[in-house]
Every structure is written in structure tokens, then in C-alpha cells.
Design a protein around this ligand. Structure first.
Ligand code: GSH
Length: 231
């Protein structure tokens, strides 16, 4: 089978897919999308994801490329396609997806906004407070679950791979909130996995390209990227 193509930037939603590809031993070409310059709004990218966001995974097929956006859908696809990390029984599969969707629907949006309102801007105390409170509420749910289970959904799964890069990113901003014992144990165990180290190495170059792209972006491009003005 030809290698997957993954389009992304240096963000947790992309890292989770890279971890899954590494864990599953899949070949993939990783292409950096310069979101600061607006590459995600160019017609070629909107044809892959009309919502103009990374990651997008493309599987080359004889019948034509199969493109998928939304990182949770990509994780689900990879686990199902390769028959691993998605639960074995019907109940296990449902539980893995429950925690995957918990990450997608709750943690991703709230954590992203908590970072935005606390660090990208300090102009809006209401937003900062609202999303930091929500983030801390979610930390409690996660701690509670990891105190009774080694992983979010029993065995190590795509749900853990989806959450782990978010916790890693939050450590840069909210380290004092991330010292609870079950979370620390879970985080260290996943960090020690060779596939996770390989994913981090693979993402290094993308991170460098992101930082360079951000430095080179104009004030107007940054306003668009942060959603302060419309594209
Ligand atoms: N729910 C989506 C979120 C995707 C998302 O927010 N992607 C960000 C990077 S983490 C992005 O590409 N942002 C560029 C933009 O919004 O213009 C997913 O999980 O795939």
C-alpha cells in the first residue's frame, strides 16, 4: 500500500495522528501547512477539508485518493483499518470512542480556548476565566478516570493518543494544574513509548517550520489566523 499523506502544523491535533501512524507502523509523508500565511484557505486545501483546518489524512487509492479531516475521525479510521488500539469487543470499541469523543468535543475546544485567552491575549478576563474553569473541570474528570483505570478506556488506545499531546502542550502553560498522581503516571507511561518518541522527532521539523512561518507572518495574517478578522 502506498504511504499515507498527512497535512499538518505543529499542534496536538496533528501530533495525535502522527502517534497513531507510528504506533501502527505505517508509512506516511508529512507535509507542513503554513496556516499563518493562510495555506489552509487555498482551494487545493479546501478541497481536502472545506473547514480549512489541519490535520488531513489522505490515503492514495487506485480508485482515487481518500481524504479525511477531523482528527477524531482520522484516529477512528486508522484504528479500524489496521485493527489495533480501538478496542476488541463491541463494548470496548464503544468505550474507546466515548473517551475519544470526550477529548474531541470537550478537551480540544476548552483547552485551546484556555491557552488562547490566557496567553495569546490577556484582553478578555471573562474568556480567560470561563475556559480555565472548564479546563480544570475536565482535568478532574480525567484524573478520576485514570485513578481507576491505567488508560482512559482500559487498554492503551486511540483515546489516550488523542489526549496525550494536549496534556503535553498544556504543560507549557498550566504545569501547576498537571501534578495529580494518576495523570502523571499515565503521562509518563505514554511518553516512554518508542512510537511516541518517534512521533515527537517527526514533529520537530514541523514545529520549526511553524515557528518560522509565525515569525514571517504579517500582522494582518496573524489577525486572520487568530480569528480577530474574517478570512
Ligand atoms: N476538530 C478539529 C480541529 C482542527 C484544528 O483546530 N486545527 C488547527 C490546528 S490544531 C488548524 O488547522 N488551524 C488553522 C485555522 O483554523 O485556520 C480536529 O480535531 O481536526
Amino acid at each position: 500500500m502506498a504511504a499515507y499523506k498527512l497535512y499538518g502544523m505543529g499542534s496536538p491535533n496533528v501530533v495525535k495522528v502522527v502517534i497513531a501512524l507510528e504506533e501502527l507502523g505505517q508509512e506516511y509523508d508529512l507535509t507542513h501547512v503554513n496556516v499563518f500565511a493562510g495555506e489552509q484557505r487555498e482551494p487545493w486545501f479546501l478541497a481536502l477539508n472545506p473547514n480549512g483546518k489541519t490535520p488531513v489524512l489522505v490515503e492514495p487509492r487506485d480508485s482515487g485518493d481518500f481524504a479525511l479531516f477531523e482528527s477524531g475521525a482520522i484516529m477512528d479510521f486508522l484504528a479500524t483499518r489496521h485493527g489495533a488500539f480501538g478496542g476488541s469487543s463491541e463494548d470496548e470499541r464503544a468505550t474507546v470512542r466515548q473517551w475519544l469523543l470526550f477529548q474531541m468535543a470537550n478537551c480540544g475546544p476548552a483547552f485551546g480556548q484556555a491557552i488562547h485567552f490566557s496567553f495569546a491575549t490577556k484582553e478578555c478576563p471573562y474568556g480567560q476565566n470561563r475556559f480555565t474553569i472548564e479546563m480544570r473541570k475536565l482535568f478532574k474528570v480525567i484524573e478520576q478516570q485514570l485513578a481507576v483505570s491505567d488508560h482512559l478506556a482500559g487498554d492503551y488506545s486511540i483515546a489516550d493518543m488523542a489526549l496525550w499531546p494536549w496534556i503535553r502542550t498544556l504543560e507549557m502553560f498550566f504545569a501547576e494544574d498537571l501534578t495529580t498522581p494518576a495523570l502523571k503516571r499515565w503521562f509518563a507511561a505514554i511518553e516512554a513509548r518508542p512510537a511516541v518518541a518517534a512521533a515527537a522527532e517527526r514533529m520537530d521539523e514541523i514545529g520549526k517550520l511553524d515557528r518560522q512561518a509565525r515569525r514571517e507572518a504579517s500582522a494582518e495574517q496573524l489577525d486572520r489566523y487568530f480569528g480577530r478578522v474574517a478570512w
